[in-house]
Every structure is written in C-alpha cells, then in structure tokens.
Design a protein around this ligand. Structure first.
Ligand code: V47
Length: 375
C-alpha cells in the first residue's frame, strides 16, 4: 500500500532506526494531545528534521490552513540610548557615543510623516531604555502619533521599557498601563523576554528586569483582554533545555488568559556586539526551534518568522516548519537587525507576497490582532 505521510515513510524505512519515543510523541501530536517539556526536548534533540516539518505543518494547518499572514506596518525607534548593558545587543549606545540618537518629538512627527503609507494598520515602537525618559514622555509620543493617525494600532514598547517607565513614575504596573492606554496605546511588543532562565539571563543581560517582571507586565495587559506578542532570543549561550523552559513559562501563563497572539523566536545575530565571538547558530537549529515552538505552544495561535531578523531565505524555509506569519512591510525602519549584521533590509509588499507564494502558501494581510484585512 502507498505510504501517505512522511511519518509513515520514516517509520517504515529499513535504513532508519525506529525511535519508539519519537514515534510515541508524534502520535500524541497527531491525536492533538499536549506534549510535556521533556517530550519537547526529546523531539528537539532526536526527531529527524523532515518529521519536525511534517508535524509542525500538521499543527499549523489546523490553525491557519494554507495561509501565511503579514501586515502593513512601520517601525519607530525613538532612541538607541539605553541604561541596560545586554551583551547580545548591537543597537544600544551610551549617551555620548557619536552613533547615539534620541529623537525629539518633532523628529518622531517627521518620521511618521515620511514612513506612513495608506493601508498601513500598525506602528511598532521600540528602542533603548533611555534613563531620563518618563512615563509622561512616552504617553505624549503615543498621543501625538494617535492624533496624526487616528486609525492606526500603536504597538508600543517592550515590557522592559514599560517596567522602567512605570517604576520610574512610582506606579504599579496596572496604573501605569492604564495611563498609557488612556493616551492611545493599543498593545505592546514582545521584546525584552530574551531567555527567562536566571543563570543565562544573569550572564547576557544582568541588569535587565527578570523573567517574573516581564511575565507580570504582559499578564497585566492579558487581564484587561489585550493580546500581546512574546519573543525568545536563542542561539547564544543557552541550551535546548533553557529554550524549552522559556516556552514552558510562556505556555503556563497562556493557560491562564490566552493573552499571547503570537510567539516570535529571535535568532541571535552576531555582528557588532559583545557576544560576536560565539557566532550564530545553524539554520537547522532555527528550523528545529521553530517547529518545536509550534508543537509545544499548543495554546498560542501564531508563530512568527520575523523576516528582518531571519533574512529572506531562512524565512521562506521557516514556513515549512510551522511559522504562519512573517510580520510586516517594515519599510526599512528598524535598525536592530541591520546593526547586528542582517543584510535583507527592505522588502515591498509584492516581494513579501512572492516570498510566501514561492513557498507554496497563500499570503493574507492581517492587522495586529490577526483580523484579516482587505488589500
Ligand atoms: O528584545 C536584540 C532582540 C528584540 C539582538 O512584538 C536581538 O511582534 C537577535 O522584540 N540578535 C527587539 N536579536 C525586537 C522585538 C520584536 C521583533 C519582531 C517582532 C516583535 C513583535 C518584537 O530583539 C530585543 C532582543 O530580544 N535582539 N539584539 C541580536 N543581536
């Protein structure tokens, strides 16, 4: 009888040693059962790559069929001056560095005028944690953008920036977030999560807020019914167990409110930072990370292969490993990855669509919260 799936072929190939554990975990996934952290780690370490692709696509298709999402957006990075000293960061500069910038309100206004195009639904704001910027400063920026573009979704700042501005204002998270929501904030970005495991966080970003604070800030929004994104920075000094631990902490929070709309694995890019000597992980590692994320985070609807970070080629392959979103048009408005060595800086909408179609999927425009948008 003809074999219908890659998995059947895998398990029946005489040259391929059967792995009963992998076979059992694969069956669990096909029967829509949740896998444990131990099983996720085993899959990561031992499942053949083509099986991970097949399983992750099976899971992805249940959520988004043959569709791959992208959005029309632009970024604003108001400053790269940062009070934290993360070893992986190529973006951060000290105040007196000639490459440092700190946009005035007028400069932000000009940036919005230059980069907004009709049809865009989102502005993504993120930057360094400027030691002197107050909650009022951020609120005024958000209000100004909302006044200029009333229909736009303001996806503003990472949890780390929020924690800094809210603590500086002497408020609790809920009061601080309410203040920003009143000024037009719609949701926050998924950045700053890095790797939750304390022993790694202590080494790569020792002075940054910890995992507990990051999760609590996101939970503050989730309790209000506002959906956010979550990231994980991988491919530096962490182990596979640290990655699974990170996913597990996200899955546990997600079980409480279903507040994460997407998960974004961010590959460490190695140019111009203090970890440059360790280099970058392989594309195989990227694909295993994407697939296991898709399989383990059974309660997070979307997995994003962020093209400005992976570059065009890996992003296309990522679509066969469970990702169903590539983020947006971005308009060459983010420097975080170009400063860390990624060359693919700008793609127009036509190129994004072609990238998706060439991979065998159907491009679909979405807004920040994954509602479909007419072209
Ligand atoms: O928090 C910094 C990461 C993040 C490097 O919310 C690096 O939809 C790799 O959060 N190599 C900022 N990564 C970007 C971010 C993001 C990106 C895309 C979509 C969304 C979203 C959020 O970038 C930082 C940090 O984790 N980062 N330096 C680097 N050298």
């Amino acid at each position: 009888m003809a074999k219908s799936t890659v998995m059947e072929i895998y398990f029946d190939t005489p040259t391929q040693q059967k792995n009963p554990q992998i076979e059992r975990i694969s069956r669990k996934i096909r029967q829509l059962e949740r896998i444990t952290p131990e099983e996720a780690e085993l899959l990561f370490r031992e499942a053949p790559l083509f099986l991970l692709s097949e399983l992750a696509l099976f899971k992805k298709r249940q959520i988004s069929g043959n569709e791959i999402f992208y959005n029309k957006n632009f970024h604003i990075e108001p400053t790269n001056i940062c009070c934290y000293h993360c070893k992986f960061c190529s973006f951060r500069k000290g105040k007196s560095d000639p490459q440092a910038w700190n946009m005035s309100r007028e400069e932000v206004r000009r940036h919005v005028r230059e980069h907004f195009r009709p049809g865009m639904t989102e502005v993504h704001l993120v930057g360094g944690v400027h030691p002197e910027h107050s909650l009022e400063h951020y609120a005024a920026l958000i209000a100004m953008i909302k006044e200029m573009l009333p229909g736009i979704t303001v996806k503003g700042f990472s949890a780390v920036e929020h924690i800094h501005m809210i603590e500086k204002a002497g408020m609790d998270y809920e009061t601080g977030i309410d203040f920003l929501l009143e000024h037009g904030l719609d949701t926050i970005t998924g950045g700053g999560a890095e790797i939750f495991a304390e022993e790694i966080r202590d080494k790569i970003c020792p002075d940054k807020p910890d995992a507990e604070a990051w999760l609590a800030l996101h939970e503050t929004l989730h309790r209000k019914g506002i959906r956010t994104a979550a990231t994980m920075l991988y491919g530096h000094i962490e182990s596979v167990s640290h990655r699974i631990d990170h996913l597990n902490r996200l899955r546990t929070l997600q079980d409480r409110h279903e507040g994460f709309s997407s998960f974004i694995p961010l590959k460490y890019r190695s140019k111009n930072n203090e970890l440059s000597h360790i280099g970058e992980c392989s594309i195989i590692d990227d694909l295993r990370t994407l697939a296991v994320s898709r399989l383990f985070l059974d309660n997070v609807p979307h997995i994003k292969a962020y093209w400005p970070m992976y570059g065009k080629q890996t992003t296309q392959i990522a679509l066969s490993f469970g990702a169903d979103d590539i983020d947006g048009t971005v308009e060459d408005t983010t420097k975080i990855y170009s400063m860390a060595g990624v060359n693919d800086r700008a793609m127009n909408e036509g190129q994004l669509r072609t990238m998706i179609e060439e991979s065998g999927f159907v491009p679909v425009i979405r807004d920040t919260f994954y509602n479909k948008v007419e072209g």
